[in-house]
Design a protein around this ligand. Structure first.
Ligand code: BEZ
Length: 395
């Protein structure tokens, strides 16, 4: 009798562990982070230093709003949130992210602004079988040739944002040429290449291209002078965060705003950057999949509650990370193991987002609408007014 009692106890323990989706057996991202299925530990990897630090702040505020609205639970599990600094670029962000991929107490990682950081981390997350939800970095390969079952994105692919506006600008400038400018790293290259693809296909011509050292350029005047000398009919740029503020102010100070129409990806005039640019940004046209001005009921609630909590309206960065909360809320109902979360992500379906409804494409990034926006003053505040829907990018 004794022997038969001992044996069922061992079997019971094994069965209980198996019923937890193997989470307590394997620990860590492979199949189970904390090993306690009533709780989930999420790490938010966002810049708290460098030119993209303001973007990191918006991302954290977006994720925290989702948690606040949902009793600090995702998939019915209590969330332990840890926020880790992505730093100024891959030299900081890749080691910080690799540590999180290997940390067995962390169930999933959310965030990342910089394309070069994201590109440097996909292998570590794939090896650790730990879900990574990228909520900004747009490197094309993440949802292209470097795609991984464990890496998902709620933001955009860089090429798409540039490509969305190229055809429109070609129509606006007619037989005039456009000058391209952006920071010299993966994202700068891809935004400009995406623009060029649809612009040239629509008959547009390039007056010249200038890449500026990323994260250390504070004097854009020599580059702006080169742009002016090329006598373009318009300029197209990608900059974000602190670089966007400096670039737009110096564009205006050099008198280019009056002479040369300015088009850009929408990151140029988002949130705190636009507030700091003020009148220097007036009339800039941008492409993006979000504006706090979008007229839909989900966005109205999001803008109201985000503004009440943070005293400023949300940005694309806040919205993309808020949506990661919504996506994980559904996915975590399947369990906290890496493969369980991935199964949940595959079953996401339509996300009722402030940007409008979207779903994951088979490349694990959003299938979404891009808008043409224009900077205008509304009351006391500068804002990105929606002008039109843009042509759907092909890539
Ligand atoms: C990027 O590196 O992918 C990126 C950074 C800031 C804004 C948009 C994209």
């Amino acid at each position: 009798m004794r022997a038969t009692r001992t044996l069922p106890l061992a079997i019971t323990v094994t069965l209980a562990l198996t019923a937890c989706g193997g989470s307590a057996l394997s620990g860590g991202g492979g199949d189970g982070g904390s090993g306690d299925d009533s709780k989930v530990k999420i790490a938010l990897l966002v810049p708290q230093s460098g030119v993209y630090a303001p973007l990191g702040k918006d991302m954290e505020a977006g994720f925290r709003l989702y948690l606040d609205q949902n009793d600090n639970k995702l998939g019915g599990k209590d969330v332990e949130l840890t926020v880790v600094d992505e730093g100024a670029g891959p030299e900081d962000g890749v080691p910080a992210g690799t540590k999180l991929a290997q940390d067995e107490s962390v169930d999933a990682v959310v965030g990342i602004v910089n394309s070069a950081v994201a590109l440097g981390l996909t292998d570590s997350f794939t090896e650790a079988k730990k879900p990574l939800i990228i909520t900004n970095a747009g490197a094309n390969d993440i949802t292209g040739k470097s795609s991984s079952p464990y890496v998902w994105r709620t933001s955009f692919a860089n090429g798409e944002v540039g490509e969305a506006i190229g055809g429109h600008v070609a129509k606006e400038v007619g037989d005039g040429k456009v000058y391209l400018v952006g920071p010299d790293y993966a994202a700068g290259d891809e935004f400009l290449a995406g623009f060029k693809k649809s612009f040239v296909a629509a008959g547009g011509q390039i007056a010249g291209t200038q890449m500026t050292p990323f994260g250390k350029t504070t004097n854009f005047q020599p580059y702006l002078q080169k742009a002016r000398n090329a006598k373009p009919k318009a300029v197209f740029a990608f900059y974000a965060g602190a670089e966007a503020v400096t670039f737009v102010k110096q564009y205006d100070q050099l008198g280019l705003r009056e002479d040369i129409p300015f088009y850009a990806t929408g990151f140029l005039t988002e949130g705190g950057a636009l507030t700091a640019q003020g009148k220097s940004a007036e009339g800039i046209f941008t492409s993006l999949h979000y504006s706090s001005e979008l007229d839909n009921p989900t966005n109205a609630t999001f803008v109201k509650e985000y503004t009440a909590a943070n005293e400023v309206p949300p940005t694309v960065y806040s919205m993309q990370t808020y949506d990661a909360g919504a996506v994980l809320d559904k996915a975590l109902t399947k369990g906290t193991g890496g493969d369980q979360i991935v199964e949940g992500l595959k079953a996401t379906g339509e996300v009722d987002s402030p940007r409008g409804p979207w779903s994951f494409s088979d490349k694990q990034g959003p299938d979404q609408t891009y808008y043409l926006r224009k900077v205008e003053k509304k009351g006391d505040a500068w804002t990105n007014v929606i002008e039109d829907e843009l042509t759907k990018p092909s890539s």
